[in-house]
Write a protein that binds this ligand. Structure first.
Ligand SMILES: *[C@@H]1O[C@H](CO)[C@@H](O)[C@H](O)[C@H]1NC(C)=O
Ligand SMILES: *[C@@H]1O[C@H](CO)[C@@H](O)[C@H](O)[C@H]1NC(C)=O
Ligand SMILES: *[C@@H]1O[C@H](CO)[C@@H](O)[C@H](O)[C@H]1NC(C)=O
Length: 300
């Protein structure tokens, strides 16, 4: 375990040296963040351990007016009593099926999950070099046999609805793998699906990021809330590190230190990470910023 702890520090110093010396400030576009906070609420609910509250949609976060009409909720417990869990639900007002996976709350839990080596994405016809984090894939492999039939049932019951994959932290990584898996196998057309994640880590190789970019999702949003620093939190946002050939997918939306949502991060669908958003804060990461988005905290 102690060996792992030095990796974020190594990453930190390398990243600091690689930081561009000047970054022209890009003008921010003021946009309504209401829908982002609604989707964060859905992502946060996946942490809830009050399992009976899923079916009745009665958890404290569930009661908010923005998502009150959520229906047909199917909770997926952890198949092996570990931390993974998720749920699928229907939002008639958003005309979407919500697909949410729980993240990891603590640094300790995170490090326990840290299997940083990559494996080939186990999908037929994927191009060479399309590799993903094996620990994240293992979590998805646990949930897939339970969540896939549930999703199929919801798709049948709601023709014309989109599918929205949401997740925070590790949950963002796992829900991205779910989205890719379903899109690549034709279960959910990418053009009918969106991926909205919060504080998620990098998931795969640059080839994976490019492959993801070509799948053609209807909308891709990767929100990062950023202010101060504790170096070990490198793990949450910047591990697995770029120098091990991990790359974030487009499109980043960054909440800067003033709380302004920056919408013109200069990343692209070809595996280029933004240089004008969260990557400018690489030495200044914080746990509180990770655990709270839009004033909504993760449930117990
Ligand atoms: C919810 O489930 C019921 C029973 O399976 C079904 O009749 C109904 O169409 C579903 N509604 C939605 C919005 O999925
Ligand atoms: C955040 O972005 C806004 C809009 O670009 C800018 O006015 C503000 O100075 C930024 N805050 C910081 C701390 O850089
Ligand atoms: C960012 O994180 C802080 C905690 O450090 C939290 O209070 C705030 O609500 C978050 N901001 C946004 C816009 O999510």
């Amino acid at each position: 375990m102690h060996g792992l702890l030095s990796l974020p520090l190594l990453c930190l110093s390398l990243a600091f040296m690689a930081r561009p010396m000047t970054a022209a400030p890009a003008p921010a576009i003021a946009i309504d963040t209401t829908s982002f906070s609604t989707y964060f609420r859905y992502a946060a609910i996946a942490y809830s351990s009050d399992i009976s509250a899923y079916g009745t949609w009665s958890c404290p976060l569930c009661l908010d007016a923005s998502i009150r009409d959520t229906t047909n909720v199917t909770f997926t417990p952890s198949p092996d009593d570990a931390q993974e869990q998720g749920y699928i639900a229907v939002s008639p007002s958003l005309k979407t099926i919500i697909f949410a996976v729980r993240g990891s709350r603590t640094v300790e839990e995170w490090l326990n999950n840290l299997q940083i080596w990559k494996r080939a994405l186990p999908i037929t016809n994927r191009p060479t070099g399309v590799e993903v984090h094996s620990g994240f894939w293992d979590v998805w492999a646990q949930l897939r046999p339970i969540m896939e039939p549930t999703l199929a049932r919801h798709l049948n019951a709601n023709p014309g609805y989109t599918v929205t994959f949401v997740g925070h932290s590790l949950g963002g990584a796992v829900t991205q793998l779910a989205a890719v898996d379903f899109a690549a196998r034709g279960i959910v057309p990418a053009s009918n699906a969106q991926l909205i994640t919060f504080g998620q880590p990098r998931v795969g190789s640059i080839e994976f990021s490019q492959y993801f970019g070509k799948l053609g999702f209807k909308q891709v949003v990767r929100v990062i809330n950023k202010s101060d620093i504790v170096p070990v939190e490198q793990a949450f946002f910047h591990l697995p590190p770029a120098f091990l050939d991990y790359r974030h997918q487009y499109h980043e939306y960054w909440i800067n230190k003033s709380g302004v949502l920056i919408t013109n991060c200069n990343d692209d669908t070809n595996g280029k990470e933004a240089t004008n958003c969260a990557n400018t804060q690489i030495t200044k990461l914080s746990v509180p910023d990770h655990l709270s988005y839009f004033g909504i905290s993760l449930p117990k």
